[in-house]
Design a protein around this ligand. Structure first.
Ligand code: SF4
Length: 373
């Protein structure tokens, strides 16, 4: 039976399947795949070492594998998944957005952001998105297809390789600023609508080297618009990842229009699922709230939000809206933003106004791909 999130949001018919890749497979499946090619199973470990620990997907660099076997292994297990269409940088080089073309011509984006003490990467889990949020560039274009596990993982492998090779020098100088510490599934797509592949990607990202990239689960944030059954299922995985809920409105009437999936699962149900995740994982929930002028930024809505969230393990991220081209909506006035923050704080709810990196390079998800189209 399909996963709850996948049941309703099927991939469009006719979408082609990406080629199989090492990062799609568990360590046991890799050994089987290598054996099926007539190679010794330990070659799976060697390949994993090259890909996950050294980011070396060019067979010429695999000097511990006989030259005669390299081509076959590369073709079968490390096919080229994506190519860079272009990079765009801003914030003095500290933010770099990459537009990728996948094997079938589909476009997706990832963003690498350097801060003085950490590096965060924002990745896509789907090409396009089927959730249809009216203020979002990706939502306007609809869903092309789900990304495979390897297509998700490879965005990060490529980012880690760029950092290692000094391709994203930025202005931040410390050693910590060269190491990827945080991954946010907040690029194109609704991660929980591509449930199995996203969970597979989290395993590859967090399995110790060389089976995976050895990153910390605590550094991973998975966002959702509130696919309630998938949220409960995600809690059962036992991850220590952070869950971010894109709420954008505290009342069903407005949320039904801003986040159309709310007509299916209401604010109360979404928050109950979030509190369950917080309980099981021990992690605070992030509530994402794009502040849109005169739409969802009224003081009474802030008060209502505060009442819903108070006394829970939660943090609110207010996101000044980055308007998409041609959109009728724009960011809140500074005084309304301040009043919103104050109203939440009055309920004892921790809140931050997010630093909106990458605005001058079409920083909102989907804008670079929309411009390319
Ligand atoms: S805001 Fe997120 S969930 Fe909504 S359409 Fe855009 S990418 Fe999809």
């Amino acid at each position: 039976m399909p996963a709850p999130g996948e049941l309703t949001f099927a991939v469009p018919r006719g979408a082609k399947k990406p080629p199989r890749h090492l990062a799609d497979l568990s360590p046991a499946e890799r050994r089987e795949a290598v054996a099926a090619l007539g190679e010794k199973p330990f070659r799976a470990k060697q390949l994993s070492q090259h890909y996950f620990a050294r980011f070396a997907d060019d067979p010429a660099a695999w000097t511990d594998i006989p030259a005669a076997a390299r081509g076959r292994l590369a073709e079968d297990l490390l096919p080229e998944l994506m190519t860079v269409v272009r990079h765009a940088s801003c914030d003095d080089g500290d933010t770099r957005k990459t537009l990728w073309k996948l094997f079938d011509g589909t476009l997706v984006e990832s963003v690498l952001m350097r801060y003085p003490d950490r590096v965060t990467m924002c990745i896509s889990s789907q090409a396009g998105c089927g959730m249809n949020c009216p203020f979002c560039a990706t939502g306007q274009a609809g869903l092309d297809r789900n990304l495979s596990t390897a297509e998700i993982v490879h965005q990060i492998v490529a980012g880690m390789r760029s950092l290692r090779d000094g391709e994203v020098p930025g202005s931040a100088g410390s050693a910590d600023a060269a190491r990827l510490s945080n991954i946010v599934f907040m690029g194109m797509g609704e991660p929980l609508a591509n449930y199995k592949r996203v969970v597979g990607a989290i395993r590859r990202l967090t399995d110790p080297e060389p089976d995976g990239l050895g990153l910390s689960q605590r550094g991973i944030t998975v966002s959702t618009v509130g696919l309630v059954p998938a949220m409960y299922r995600f809690a059962d995985e036992g991850f220590k990842c952070r869950l971010a809920v894109s709420l954008h409105a505290p009342d069903d009437e407005l949320r039904d229009t801003l986040v159309p999936v709310n007509t299916r699962w209401k604010v109360r149900e979404v928050l109950d699922a979030a509190w369950h995740y917080a309980e099981v994982s021990g992690r605070r929930i992030s509530i994402e709230y794009a502040l849109i002028r005169d739409v969802n930024d009224q003081a009474w809505r802030a008060d209502r939000l505060g009442r819903l969230l108070k006394n829970h393990r939660v943090h609110v991220n207010l996101i000044p809206l980055n308007p998409t081209p041609g959109s009728k909506w724009t960011a809140s006035r500074p005084e309304d933003e301040r009043a919103f923050v104050a109203a939440l704080e009055a309920h004892g709810v921790p809140v931050t106004v997010r630093d909106t990196r990458g605005q001058e390079i079409d920083g909102a998800c989907g804008q670079l791909a929309a411009a390319e189209r």
